[in-house]
Design a protein around this ligand. Sequence first.
Ligand code: ADP
Length: 357
Amino acid sequence: MANVRLEDIKRRFNNVTAIEDITFEIPDGEFWVLVGPSGCGKSTILRTIAGLETATSGKLYIGDRLVNNIPARQRDVAMVFQNYALYPHMSVAENIGFGLQMRKVDRKIIQERVMNVARSLSLDHLLDRKPKQLSGGQQQRVALGRAIAREPQVFLLDEPLSNLDAQLRDDTRAELKQLHQELGITTIYVTHDQVEAMTLADKIVVLNRGRIQQIGDPQTIYASPSNQMVATFLGSPPMNILPAIYENNAFDVSGQLLTIPAVVKEKLQLRQGHSYDLGIRPEHIFINVDASLRDATRTACRRLPPTSQEANESQLIVEVKVVEPLGRETLIRAGLPGSAVVLNIQVGADVRPRPGD
Ligand code: ADP
Protein backbone atom coordinates (compact mmCIF):
# COMPACT_ATOMS: atom_id res chain seq x y z
CA MET A 1 0.00 0.00 0.00
CA ALA A 2 1.13 3.53 -0.61
CA ASN A 3 0.19 7.17 -0.72
CA VAL A 4 0.04 8.87 -4.12
CA ARG A 5 1.27 12.42 -4.60
CA LEU A 6 0.88 14.65 -7.65
CA GLU A 7 2.80 17.91 -7.75
CA ASP A 8 1.76 20.44 -10.37
CA ILE A 9 1.12 17.81 -13.04
CA LYS A 10 0.44 19.07 -16.54
CA ARG A 11 -0.24 17.13 -19.73
CA ARG A 12 -0.37 18.69 -23.18
CA PHE A 13 -1.36 16.93 -26.39
CA ASN A 14 0.19 18.98 -29.21
CA ASN A 15 -1.21 22.42 -28.44
CA VAL A 16 -4.13 21.25 -26.29
CA THR A 17 -3.63 21.33 -22.52
CA ALA A 18 -5.61 18.35 -21.19
CA ILE A 19 -4.76 18.91 -17.50
CA GLU A 20 -2.76 21.48 -15.55
CA ASP A 21 -2.03 22.58 -11.99
CA ILE A 22 -2.95 19.13 -10.74
CA THR A 23 -1.70 18.88 -7.16
CA PHE A 24 -3.00 16.57 -4.44
CA GLU A 25 -1.85 13.81 -2.11
CA ILE A 26 -3.91 10.72 -1.41
CA PRO A 27 -3.00 9.24 1.97
CA ASP A 28 -2.27 5.53 2.14
CA GLY A 29 -5.44 3.41 2.11
CA GLU A 30 -7.95 6.11 1.16
CA PHE A 31 -10.56 5.93 -1.59
CA TRP A 32 -10.53 9.04 -3.77
CA VAL A 33 -12.88 9.77 -6.66
CA LEU A 34 -12.04 12.03 -9.60
CA VAL A 35 -15.28 13.41 -10.97
CA GLY A 36 -16.30 15.90 -13.63
CA PRO A 37 -17.97 16.18 -17.02
CA SER A 38 -16.72 14.32 -20.06
CA GLY A 39 -13.41 15.71 -21.34
CA CYS A 40 -12.41 17.41 -18.06
CA GLY A 41 -9.20 15.37 -17.77
CA LYS A 42 -10.11 12.56 -15.34
CA SER A 43 -8.78 9.71 -17.46
CA THR A 44 -5.63 11.62 -18.36
CA ILE A 45 -4.82 11.98 -14.65
CA LEU A 46 -5.52 8.30 -14.00
CA ARG A 47 -3.53 7.15 -17.02
CA THR A 48 -0.64 9.38 -15.98
CA ILE A 49 -0.60 7.74 -12.54
CA ALA A 50 -0.77 4.31 -14.22
CA GLY A 51 2.13 5.17 -16.50
CA LEU A 52 0.06 4.91 -19.69
CA GLU A 53 0.59 8.65 -20.29
CA THR A 54 3.62 10.75 -19.53
CA ALA A 55 3.24 14.05 -17.71
CA THR A 56 4.49 17.02 -19.73
CA SER A 57 5.69 18.55 -16.46
CA GLY A 58 5.27 18.06 -12.72
CA LYS A 59 6.18 15.28 -10.32
CA LEU A 60 4.39 12.06 -9.50
CA TYR A 61 5.18 9.96 -6.45
CA ILE A 62 3.85 6.55 -5.46
CA GLY A 63 4.93 6.00 -1.88
CA ASP A 64 8.35 7.67 -1.60
CA ARG A 65 9.28 6.81 -5.17
CA LEU A 66 9.33 9.42 -7.92
CA VAL A 67 7.78 7.44 -10.79
CA ASN A 68 7.72 9.90 -13.72
CA ASN A 69 10.24 7.78 -15.57
CA ILE A 70 9.26 4.36 -14.23
CA PRO A 71 7.43 2.18 -16.80
CA ALA A 72 3.81 1.21 -16.08
CA ARG A 73 4.52 -2.43 -15.20
CA GLN A 74 7.05 -1.45 -12.55
CA ARG A 75 4.77 1.00 -10.76
CA ASP A 76 2.94 -1.68 -8.78
CA VAL A 77 -0.49 -0.31 -9.66
CA ALA A 78 -3.45 -2.26 -11.06
CA MET A 79 -5.92 -0.62 -13.38
CA VAL A 80 -9.49 -1.73 -14.11
CA PHE A 81 -11.13 -0.39 -17.24
CA GLN A 82 -14.73 0.23 -18.22
CA ASN A 83 -14.59 -2.49 -20.92
CA TYR A 84 -13.10 -5.15 -18.57
CA ALA A 85 -10.27 -6.03 -21.02
CA LEU A 86 -10.35 -9.75 -20.18
CA TYR A 87 -8.50 -12.34 -22.25
CA PRO A 88 -11.27 -14.14 -24.16
CA HIS A 89 -9.43 -17.44 -24.63
CA MET A 90 -8.56 -17.79 -20.94
CA SER A 91 -10.80 -19.16 -18.18
CA VAL A 92 -11.87 -17.01 -15.25
CA ALA A 93 -9.17 -18.62 -13.09
CA GLU A 94 -6.48 -17.96 -15.71
CA ASN A 95 -7.63 -14.36 -16.12
CA ILE A 96 -7.51 -13.73 -12.38
CA GLY A 97 -4.10 -15.36 -12.03
CA PHE A 98 -2.59 -13.81 -15.14
CA GLY A 99 -0.65 -11.02 -13.45
CA LEU A 100 0.87 -13.48 -11.00
CA GLN A 101 1.79 -15.90 -13.74
CA MET A 102 3.61 -13.12 -15.60
CA ARG A 103 5.59 -12.48 -12.43
CA LYS A 104 6.47 -16.20 -12.30
CA VAL A 105 4.83 -16.71 -8.93
CA ASP A 106 4.75 -20.36 -7.79
CA ARG A 107 1.76 -22.27 -9.24
CA LYS A 108 0.45 -23.43 -5.91
CA ILE A 109 0.47 -19.89 -4.55
CA ILE A 110 -1.32 -18.65 -7.66
CA GLN A 111 -4.02 -21.32 -7.26
CA GLU A 112 -4.53 -20.43 -3.63
CA ARG A 113 -4.71 -16.70 -4.24
CA VAL A 114 -7.06 -17.07 -7.22
CA MET A 115 -9.36 -19.17 -5.05
CA ASN A 116 -9.37 -16.62 -2.23
CA VAL A 117 -10.02 -13.71 -4.56
CA ALA A 118 -12.73 -15.65 -6.43
CA ARG A 119 -14.44 -16.47 -3.13
CA SER A 120 -14.42 -12.87 -1.96
CA LEU A 121 -16.04 -11.80 -5.26
CA SER A 122 -18.50 -14.76 -5.42
CA LEU A 123 -16.82 -16.08 -8.55
CA ASP A 124 -15.63 -19.40 -7.13
CA HIS A 125 -18.31 -21.42 -8.97
CA LEU A 126 -17.35 -19.84 -12.32
CA LEU A 127 -13.62 -20.45 -12.39
CA ASP A 128 -13.65 -22.74 -15.46
CA ARG A 129 -15.85 -20.50 -17.62
CA LYS A 130 -14.63 -18.27 -20.43
CA PRO A 131 -15.48 -14.54 -20.32
CA LYS A 132 -18.13 -14.82 -23.04
CA GLN A 133 -20.05 -17.29 -20.83
CA LEU A 134 -20.40 -14.61 -18.13
CA SER A 135 -22.77 -11.67 -17.61
CA GLY A 136 -21.42 -8.12 -17.75
CA GLY A 137 -21.41 -7.87 -13.97
CA GLN A 138 -19.51 -11.15 -13.62
CA GLN A 139 -16.96 -10.06 -16.23
CA GLN A 140 -16.37 -6.84 -14.34
CA ARG A 141 -15.87 -8.81 -11.12
CA VAL A 142 -13.27 -10.96 -12.91
CA ALA A 143 -11.47 -7.80 -14.02
CA LEU A 144 -11.51 -6.60 -10.40
CA GLY A 145 -10.34 -10.02 -9.26
CA ARG A 146 -7.38 -9.88 -11.62
CA ALA A 147 -6.41 -6.51 -10.15
CA ILE A 148 -6.87 -7.67 -6.54
CA ALA A 149 -4.89 -10.89 -7.04
CA ARG A 150 -1.81 -8.89 -7.93
CA GLU A 151 -1.95 -7.21 -4.52
CA PRO A 152 -0.91 -3.86 -5.97
CA GLN A 153 -0.01 -0.81 -3.93
CA VAL A 154 -2.67 1.24 -5.70
CA PHE A 155 -5.93 0.48 -7.51
CA LEU A 156 -6.89 2.66 -10.46
CA LEU A 157 -10.47 2.29 -11.64
CA ASP A 158 -11.69 4.03 -14.80
CA GLU A 159 -15.51 4.16 -14.90
CA PRO A 160 -15.67 0.47 -13.96
CA LEU A 161 -19.46 0.38 -13.55
CA SER A 162 -20.58 2.34 -16.58
CA ASN A 163 -21.33 -0.72 -18.73
CA LEU A 164 -23.57 -2.34 -16.13
CA ASP A 165 -27.33 -1.87 -15.95
CA ALA A 166 -28.80 0.19 -13.11
CA GLN A 167 -29.51 -2.53 -10.53
CA LEU A 168 -26.20 -4.30 -11.07
CA ARG A 169 -24.38 -0.97 -10.90
CA ASP A 170 -25.85 -0.25 -7.46
CA ASP A 171 -24.96 -3.74 -6.20
CA THR A 172 -21.43 -3.67 -7.60
CA ARG A 173 -20.88 -0.18 -6.19
CA ALA A 174 -21.75 -1.43 -2.70
CA GLU A 175 -19.48 -4.45 -3.21
CA LEU A 176 -16.62 -2.21 -4.25
CA LYS A 177 -17.02 -0.14 -1.13
CA GLN A 178 -17.03 -3.23 1.05
CA LEU A 179 -14.01 -4.63 -0.76
CA HIS A 180 -12.10 -1.44 -0.13
CA GLN A 181 -13.03 -1.55 3.55
CA GLU A 182 -11.65 -5.09 3.74
CA LEU A 183 -8.46 -4.62 1.70
CA GLY A 184 -7.63 -1.01 2.57
CA ILE A 185 -5.72 -0.50 -0.68
CA THR A 186 -5.28 3.11 -1.86
CA THR A 187 -7.86 3.53 -4.62
CA ILE A 188 -8.38 6.19 -7.26
CA TYR A 189 -11.68 5.98 -9.06
CA VAL A 190 -12.75 7.96 -12.11
CA THR A 191 -16.40 8.63 -12.89
CA HIS A 192 -18.69 11.24 -14.39
CA ASP A 193 -21.48 9.94 -12.13
CA GLN A 194 -21.98 12.17 -9.12
CA VAL A 195 -23.87 9.47 -7.20
CA GLU A 196 -20.87 7.14 -7.42
CA ALA A 197 -18.63 9.99 -6.33
CA MET A 198 -20.80 10.88 -3.33
CA THR A 199 -21.31 7.31 -2.15
CA LEU A 200 -17.83 5.85 -2.64
CA ALA A 201 -15.38 8.60 -1.86
CA ASP A 202 -13.38 9.44 1.22
CA LYS A 203 -12.46 12.53 -0.79
CA ILE A 204 -13.80 13.85 -4.06
CA VAL A 205 -11.69 15.81 -6.56
CA VAL A 206 -14.01 17.84 -8.80
CA LEU A 207 -12.47 18.69 -12.16
CA ASN A 208 -13.52 20.97 -14.98
CA ARG A 209 -11.63 21.82 -18.14
CA GLY A 210 -8.44 20.17 -16.96
CA ARG A 211 -8.27 21.95 -13.62
CA ILE A 212 -9.16 21.07 -10.05
CA GLN A 213 -12.23 22.96 -8.85
CA GLN A 214 -12.44 21.59 -5.31
CA ILE A 215 -11.14 18.75 -3.14
CA GLY A 216 -13.05 17.63 -0.07
CA ASP A 217 -15.16 14.98 1.56
CA PRO A 218 -18.54 14.48 -0.15
CA GLN A 219 -20.61 16.20 2.53
CA THR A 220 -18.42 19.31 2.62
CA ILE A 221 -18.40 19.63 -1.15
CA TYR A 222 -22.18 19.24 -1.27
CA ALA A 223 -22.82 21.74 1.53
CA SER A 224 -20.08 24.26 0.67
CA PRO A 225 -19.26 24.10 -3.03
CA SER A 226 -16.43 26.45 -3.98
CA ASN A 227 -18.03 27.68 -7.21
CA GLN A 228 -21.09 27.39 -9.41
CA MET A 229 -19.71 24.51 -11.47
CA VAL A 230 -19.21 22.35 -8.37
CA ALA A 231 -22.57 23.44 -6.95
CA THR A 232 -24.53 22.43 -10.02
CA PHE A 233 -22.52 19.30 -10.85
CA LEU A 234 -23.15 17.49 -7.55
CA GLY A 235 -26.78 16.90 -6.66
CA SER A 236 -29.77 15.56 -8.53
CA PRO A 237 -31.91 17.37 -9.43
CA PRO A 238 -29.21 20.03 -9.65
CA MET A 239 -29.02 23.14 -7.51
CA ASN A 240 -31.26 25.97 -8.71
CA ILE A 241 -29.46 29.12 -9.77
CA LEU A 242 -31.59 32.28 -9.61
CA PRO A 243 -30.25 35.54 -11.03
CA ALA A 244 -31.11 38.36 -8.63
CA ILE A 245 -30.34 41.97 -7.79
CA TYR A 246 -29.74 42.94 -4.17
CA GLU A 247 -31.63 46.10 -3.27
CA ASN A 248 -33.13 47.48 -0.07
CA ASN A 249 -31.92 44.46 1.90
CA ALA A 250 -33.77 41.94 -0.27
CA PHE A 251 -33.14 40.10 -3.52
CA ASP A 252 -35.19 41.07 -6.52
CA VAL A 253 -35.83 37.83 -8.40
CA SER A 254 -37.72 38.57 -11.62
CA GLY A 255 -39.73 41.27 -9.87
CA GLN A 256 -40.43 39.36 -6.66
CA LEU A 257 -38.63 40.17 -3.44
CA LEU A 258 -36.87 37.41 -1.58
CA THR A 259 -35.36 37.86 1.84
CA ILE A 260 -32.65 35.71 3.36
CA PRO A 261 -31.81 35.13 7.02
CA ALA A 262 -29.80 37.86 8.72
CA VAL A 263 -27.03 35.43 9.73
CA VAL A 264 -26.48 34.47 6.10
CA LYS A 265 -26.58 38.09 5.03
CA GLU A 266 -23.85 39.03 7.50
CA LYS A 267 -21.53 36.34 6.17
CA LEU A 268 -21.97 37.38 2.56
CA GLN A 269 -21.25 41.12 2.83
CA LEU A 270 -23.79 41.90 0.14
CA ARG A 271 -23.64 45.14 -1.79
CA GLN A 272 -26.73 47.14 -2.64
CA GLY A 273 -27.51 47.33 -6.34
CA HIS A 274 -25.27 44.39 -7.31
CA SER A 275 -26.26 41.29 -9.27
CA TYR A 276 -25.96 37.86 -7.65
CA ASP A 277 -26.73 34.27 -8.50
CA LEU A 278 -28.67 32.62 -5.69
CA GLY A 279 -28.02 28.90 -5.34
CA ILE A 280 -30.85 26.96 -3.74
CA ARG A 281 -30.92 23.16 -3.41
CA PRO A 282 -34.22 21.55 -4.54
CA GLU A 283 -34.66 19.85 -1.15
CA HIS A 284 -34.40 23.19 0.67
CA ILE A 285 -37.57 24.58 -0.90
CA PHE A 286 -40.96 24.00 0.69
CA ILE A 287 -44.20 24.63 -1.10
CA ASN A 288 -47.47 25.97 0.06
CA VAL A 289 -50.25 25.50 -2.49
CA ASP A 290 -52.55 28.53 -2.64
CA ALA A 291 -55.45 27.93 -5.04
CA SER A 292 -56.47 31.59 -4.93
CA LEU A 293 -53.31 32.43 -6.84
CA ARG A 294 -54.06 30.05 -9.72
CA ASP A 295 -54.86 32.79 -12.19
CA ALA A 296 -52.86 35.59 -10.66
CA THR A 297 -49.57 33.81 -11.36
CA ARG A 298 -50.42 33.29 -15.00
CA THR A 299 -51.24 36.85 -15.80
CA ALA A 300 -48.82 38.91 -13.80
CA CYS A 301 -46.15 38.57 -11.24
CA ARG A 302 -47.16 39.79 -7.86
CA ARG A 303 -44.78 41.58 -5.62
CA LEU A 304 -44.55 39.95 -2.21
CA PRO A 305 -43.33 42.18 0.59
CA PRO A 306 -40.27 40.95 2.46
CA THR A 307 -41.61 38.57 5.11
CA SER A 308 -42.60 40.36 8.24
CA GLN A 309 -42.08 37.63 10.85
CA GLU A 310 -38.90 35.72 11.54
CA ALA A 311 -36.86 36.75 8.55
CA ASN A 312 -35.68 33.26 7.63
CA GLU A 313 -38.97 32.53 5.97
CA SER A 314 -38.57 33.68 2.38
CA GLN A 315 -41.25 33.29 -0.19
CA LEU A 316 -41.64 33.37 -3.95
CA ILE A 317 -44.77 32.85 -5.98
CA VAL A 318 -44.22 30.18 -8.61
CA GLU A 319 -46.42 28.29 -11.01
CA VAL A 320 -46.27 24.49 -11.03
CA LYS A 321 -45.41 23.18 -14.50
CA VAL A 322 -44.60 19.49 -14.07
CA VAL A 323 -45.17 17.09 -11.17
CA GLU A 324 -43.20 13.84 -11.03
CA PRO A 325 -44.22 11.45 -8.24
CA LEU A 326 -41.24 9.14 -7.62
CA GLY A 327 -42.67 7.02 -4.82
CA ARG A 328 -40.33 8.18 -2.06
CA GLU A 329 -40.53 11.84 -3.06
CA THR A 330 -42.17 14.22 -5.51
CA LEU A 331 -40.17 16.32 -7.96
CA ILE A 332 -41.75 19.53 -9.14
CA ARG A 333 -40.70 21.90 -11.86
CA ALA A 334 -42.10 25.35 -11.37
CA GLY A 335 -41.76 28.62 -13.26
CA LEU A 336 -41.31 32.11 -11.94
CA PRO A 337 -44.11 34.21 -13.44
CA GLY A 338 -42.85 36.63 -16.04
CA SER A 339 -39.45 34.94 -16.36
CA ALA A 340 -37.78 31.99 -18.04
CA VAL A 341 -36.36 30.73 -14.72
CA VAL A 342 -37.50 27.21 -13.85
CA LEU A 343 -37.08 25.86 -10.33
CA ASN A 344 -36.47 22.23 -9.37
CA ILE A 345 -38.25 21.44 -6.13
CA GLN A 346 -37.99 18.19 -4.20
CA VAL A 347 -40.69 17.55 -1.61
CA GLY A 348 -42.26 14.63 0.26
CA ALA A 349 -44.27 11.98 -1.59
CA ASP A 350 -47.49 13.24 0.01
CA VAL A 351 -47.16 16.70 -1.57
CA ARG A 352 -48.90 16.58 -4.95
CA PRO A 353 -49.80 19.96 -6.40
CA ARG A 354 -51.35 20.15 -9.87
CA PRO A 355 -49.86 21.85 -12.91
CA GLY A 356 -51.19 25.39 -12.89
CA ASP A 357 -51.19 25.68 -9.06
P1 ADP B 1 -12.27 12.64 -19.30
O1 ADP B 1 -11.65 11.36 -18.85
O2 ADP B 1 -12.57 13.56 -18.16
O3 ADP B 1 -13.45 12.45 -20.19
P2 ADP B 1 -9.82 12.95 -20.81
O4 ADP B 1 -8.77 12.89 -19.78
O5 ADP B 1 -10.07 11.71 -21.61
O6 ADP B 1 -11.19 13.45 -20.16
O7 ADP B 1 -9.50 14.12 -21.83
C1 ADP B 1 -9.16 15.42 -21.42
C2 ADP B 1 -8.87 16.27 -22.63
O8 ADP B 1 -7.68 15.84 -23.27
C3 ADP B 1 -9.95 16.23 -23.70
O9 ADP B 1 -10.07 17.50 -24.24
C4 ADP B 1 -9.39 15.24 -24.70
O10 ADP B 1 -9.89 15.51 -25.98
C5 ADP B 1 -7.90 15.49 -24.62
N1 ADP B 1 -7.13 14.27 -24.91
C6 ADP B 1 -7.11 13.14 -24.16
N2 ADP B 1 -6.29 12.22 -24.73
C7 ADP B 1 -5.79 12.77 -25.86
C8 ADP B 1 -4.89 12.32 -26.89
N3 ADP B 1 -4.33 11.13 -26.86
N4 ADP B 1 -4.63 13.19 -27.90
C9 ADP B 1 -5.19 14.42 -27.94
N5 ADP B 1 -6.03 14.90 -27.00
C10 ADP B 1 -6.34 14.10 -25.98
